[in-house]
Design a protein around this ligand. Structure first.
Ligand SMILES: NC(=O)c1ccc[n+]([C@@H]2O[C@H](COP(=O)([O-])OP(=O)(O)OC[C@H]3O[C@@H](n4cnc5c(N)ncnc54)[C@H](O)[C@@H]3O)[C@@H](O)[C@H]2O)c1
Length: 253
């Protein structure tokens, strides 16, 4: 398939590309310049530029959106909310049947869920709260959902939070700095990239509705969040687990 990637030159982009390349033809876009020696078609593109997004989507089968701007109030909405509107208009204009959108888990499982609840799943009502990043992304996803229902575009939403480098996962606990930011919602970068491929390739017949959300993280010992749905529906399997990071040893113990 021909896959357009928006915001493909950030942290997740290279892992998504690694998982997709060789299987699909990629047109990668980002507001910044291509890395030196980049091996795929590359277009410099601002996701908030409607005409540019429509042009970039021409001839594509799937759009994958990895673009995000987290800090600035105007730009966050331009990229994460208006950018999604542009992406969906472009999909509609060109008859593109599938869009894979991405964002943080807390745009769905906001603070009131995260502090107390267990067994959280990606089909619960979104509760992004008022944080700029979560809210701008949640509104963008809402736009995707409306387009999916009205125009028959299949939207697959992947929720991430905390990515880990696979080569640190087997490291013994003595390197305590590795564990400072351990959150339950963690996944290794290669697995994060593979989830994009699974979303691009899953047959439509496996999806229950035109807009489906998934949590992407490794298996957890406490089931605070559930990854059963992405395993069952997208056929995604985490190759890397977090056990060594959970086994905390007291210093000197
Ligand atoms: N990295 C993480 O830990 C993490 C965690 C949770 C969710 N996510 C989600 O994963 C996706 C990818 O995030 P990432 O980690 O690669 O972020 P990133 O900030 O590294 O990359 C985002 C990319 O978007 C690009 N961008 C910014 N403004 C743009 C614009 N106007 N037009 C086009 N591109 C623009 C940036 O140049 C950058 O390359 C996002 O949807 C993000 O919300 C990431």
């Amino acid at each position: 398939m021909k896959v357009l990637i928006l915001g493909g030159n950030g942290m997740l982009g290279p892992w998504a590309i690694r998982s997709l390349e060789g299987r699909h033809r990629l047109r990668v876009t980002d507001i910044n310049d291509a890395p030196e020696g980049f091996g795929h078609e590359y277009v410099r593109l601002d996701a908030s530029d409607l005409d540019g997004v429509v042009r970039a989507a021409e001839g594509m089968d799937v759009i994958v959106n990895l673009s995000v701007l987290r800090e600035d109030r105007q730009l966050a909405f331009d990229v994460s909310t208006r950018g999604n509107y542009n992406m969906m208009l472009a999909a509609r204009r060109h008859g593109i049947r599938r869009v894979v959108n991405t964002g943080p888990h807390f745009q769905l499982a906001g603070p009131q869920y995260e502090e107390w609840d267990f067994g959280l799943n990606p089909d619960m009502p979104p509760a992004p709260g008022t944080r700029l990043y979560a809210l701008s992304k949640a509104l963008g996803q809402e736009i995707c959902r409306v387009f999916s229902e009205r125009h028959g575009i299949q939207v697959i939403m992947l929720h991430y939070y905390n990515m880990k480098h696979a080569d640190t996962l087997g490291v013994a606990y003595e390197r305590a700095e590795l564990h400072d930011d351990l959150t339950p919602f963690s996944v290794a970068w290669p697995d994060a990239g593979d989830a994009i491929r699974c979303a691009v390739e899953v047959p439509e017949s496996r999806l229950d509705s035109s807009c489906e959300s998934f949590f992407v993280f490794s298996d957890l010992p406490h089931d605070k969040f559930l990854n059963e749905k992405i395993r069952r529906v997208l056929g995604w399997r985490p190759r890397y687990q977090m056990e060594p990071l959970w086994n905390k040893r007291v210093a000197g113990g």
